[in-house]
Write a protein that binds this ligand. Structure first.
Ligand code: IVH
Length: 674
């Protein structure tokens, strides 16, 4: 093995120290000092040194956090002291009994506790020898777990080396590995995109991730460790549990910030109440509060029952998962036209709330979970999110359970239901007409970059729709002063201003009009391209998919969306209604002034030089002007483009000298194809 130069050795040590420091800032303090890119740069440098001088590699090196080659199986790991369970309390009376028993056994008037959230993840035991992580194990049966050291090393919040010069010779640290809600959502989103099975909940995802034979998979999962105590320690540790947790925090562990000292049963019950209240705001799942006698010196004296110590108690929170009967699956049309399968459930109480509806997200999820009408399903409520169907209780499936399929027609308006190629969702194509989409469609129609009707906010649109003054966007042009005056916060002045804004919007451009229709997949740029290409609404409405894919940036998915939209007779009726109501735009052939700003070449100055094959000079000039551009004869600093055909003259050289963009015929062709 190559001799390691002293310089490389000390640089590696310094990099390791820096990386662990930044790791600690990021994972434990949640207060990074450097960017991810800078961190990666330090990591790359250390990896480089370690590959040049393999003798520099140590098991505690931050480079080990990326995972290693897969194992064929886990070996066993015996905990130095058993990992016990906790006795459970469900009611306040249980907590009062617990406190009374302790006061009596200890012969004191009041007991101090440490309150901690009971994290809903998977527990882990970490062995440190002389400050270095040497082994990590799952809880297993409490005596013997599985050796998952390689996996534990990939978890950023697990110190590979304790942050102290005087570590105990041997120490066991215990804690709960969890996945935070924000990380869990991202993880499942990625899995959805890759067509992989979704994790039912963060606990299963954490437990599964920790038990991967390939630690590179564990490394890709966003696991977090909260330390909640110690097992064996060769040296004396602080006398109170609270101080032990502070010690662990100093040594580099993440300690939950809801850890508190509490007095007596009343303190515990108050803590529990606050956790119940704040539960929705926490970024991780909890299933209870844990109370631990703070004075560790009495722990031995209090002893244990068969499975749990007498000095601690888990006070459960109401469960947020429950099973119930799925009576039906109802397609629900959202305000953007997306159709979500919603489970209609036999009402069941979950976490203190009665739930009778839960989302199934989309058809793929219904099929992946194989959910059928008549099944018993597990549902979950977490955070502020809508309750969801997590899984089917397969053993309880009746013989007549019925698979579900997406309807072909919108249940609200009868328009076609289409799943565009690259989308997970099915959509109703009747965007302009569908009552479920009214508010959404109108808000989009009036928005600044669409018809630009100022003064029509969402609250107002909701009122107009509720009072049946407006059903489709056509009705906006029929509104009268008296329709508006009766609405909340609408005085005479604001009503008149709104009516003026509506009237002014009648004069628009084809591109804005197309964008305002809210055709799925048709944004502003596509709308401009369509307007430029077809130069009129009629030819666009008549175009088939083949003709549509001729337009720049339009592929088969967008083309399908457009033809489906215009194929809905209801949508056509609304478009006819708008035109009858006086919505108009200049004929693009003769278009100059109004709306010219919206044209693709608006404000651009061109100079033509040399001869073009496909156009005469005049044709090229006309096309540029049609698209809002200007053609001048001499090149200056104000020129945006010089189009150079065959045998260009000195104008080309001048353009080069001035740094003006030069277009050959092909590039010019692309530009005016917009
Ligand atoms: S203390 C002897 N503290 O709950 C004390 N456990 O039912 C043993 N847990 O296996 C554990 N949060 O997985 C403790 N703050 C916390 C906890 C906690 C979650 C889990 C842990 C343990 C189980 C016991």
């Amino acid at each position: 093995m190559a001799e390691v130069p002293q310089q490389a050795r000390s640089r590696a040590a310094s990099l390791r120290e820096q990386l662990e420091h930044h790791n600690y800032r990021y994972y434990v303090l949640d207060d990074p000092e450097i960017s991810d890119a800078e961190y990666d740069r330090l990591m790359d440098e250390l990896q480089g040194l370690e590959s040049d001088y393999p003798a520099l590699k140590t098991p505690s090196s931050p480079t080990q956090r990326v995972g290693a080659a897969p194992l064929s199986e886990f070996s066993e790991s015996r905990h130095e002291t058993p990992m016990q369970s906790l006795a459970n309390a469900f009611e306040s009376g249980d907590v009062e009994d617990f406190d009374r028993r302790l006061r009596e056994s200890l012969g004191v008037d009041s007991v101090e506790y440490v309150g901690e959230p009971k994290l809903d993840g998977t527990s882990i035991n970490l062995h440190y020898v002389d400050g270095a992580l040497v082994e990590a194990a799952t809880r297993g049966d409490g005596e013997v777990g599985e050796d998952i050291t390689a996996n534990a090393r990939t978890i950023g919040s697990i110190p590979l080396q304790l942050r102290t010069d005087q570590p105990p010779a041997r120490l066991e640290v215990r804690g709960e590995v969890v996945i935070r809600h924000r990380d869990f959502e991202r993880l499942n989103q990625t899995r959805l995109e890759r067509g992989e099975r979704l994790f039912a909940n963060p606990r299963n995802a954490a437990a599964g991730s920790l038990r991967q034979l390939d630690s590179r998979i564990t490394a890709s999962r966003p696991l977090t460790l909260f330390a909640f105590g110690i097992g064996h320690c060769s040296e004396a540790m602080p006398k109170t549990h609270y101080a032990v947790l502070q010690q662990l925090r100093e040594w580099g562990f993440l300690i939950n910030d809801r850890v508190e000292r509490l007095t007596g049963a009343a303190g515990c019950l108050d803590y529990h109440e606050r956790l119940v209240e704040d539960r929705e705001q926490l970024d991780y799942e909890i299933d209870g509060a844990v109370y631990k006698v703070n004075d560790r010196s009495v722990w031995d004296r209090l002893g244990s029952t068969a499975r749990a110590p007498r000095w601690a108690l888990a006070h459960k929170l109401p469960a947020r998962e429950a099973t119930t009967l799925l009576e039906d699956i109802i397609p629900s049309v959202g305000r953007t036209g997306v159709i979500t399968p919603v489970a209609a459930l036999s009402p069941v109480e979950v976490g203190g709330v009665t739930v009778s509806r839960a989302t199934l997200h989309n058809l793929d999820e219904v099929q992946r979970k194989d959910v059928r009408v008549g099944d018993t399903v597990m549902i979950r409520r977490a955070g502020d999110v809508i309750p969801e169907v997590v899984s089917v209780v397969a053993s309880q499936r009746p013989a007549d359970a019925r698979p579900w399929s997406m309807p072909e027609r919108c249940p609200v308006c009868g328009s076609d239901v289409v799943r565009l190629d690259d989308e997970a969702a099915h959509r109703c194509m009747g965007g302009l007409f569908c009552p479920a989409q009214r508010v959404g469609a109108i808000m989009h129609f009036v928005s600044r970059r669409a018809m630009d009707i100022d003064g029509l906010g969402e609250k107002l649109v909701e009122q107009l729709v509720e009072r049946e003054r407006v059903a489709t966007v056509v009705d906006l042009y029929r509104l009268t002063r008296s329709d508006l005056l009766g609405l909340d916060r609408m005085g005479e002045k604001s009503s008149d201003n709104l009516l003026k804004a509506i009237a002014a919007s009648r004069q628009t451009t084809l591109a804005r009009f197309l964008y305002a229709l809210g055709i799925s997949q048709v944004g502003e740029v596509t709308a401009k391209n369509l307007a430029g290409h077809f130069a009129g609404l009629e030819p666009l409405m008549a175009a088939d998919e083949e003709a549509l894919v001729e337009v720049p940036d339009i592929g088969p998915v967008v083309a399908e969306s457009i033809t489906r939209f215009f194929a809905q007779s209801h949508n056509r009726e609304v478009i006819d209604g708008l035109i009858e109501a006086g919505v108009h735009w200049p004929d693009p052939q003769s278009q100059t002034a109004p709306g010219a700003d919206d044209l693709p070449l608006a404000g651009k100055t061109f100079v033509l030089t040399g001869s073009l094959e496909a156009f005469t000079r005049d044709e090229a000039k006309a096309r540029i002007e049609q698209l809002g551009g200007k053609v001048t004869s001499s090149v200056s600093g104000k020129t945006d483009y010089v189009v150079a055909g065959a045998d260009p003259g000195s104008k080309r050289d001048k353009a080069e000298a001035l740094g003006v963009t030069l277009l050959d015929e092909a590039a010019f062709g692309d530009l005016i194809e917009q």
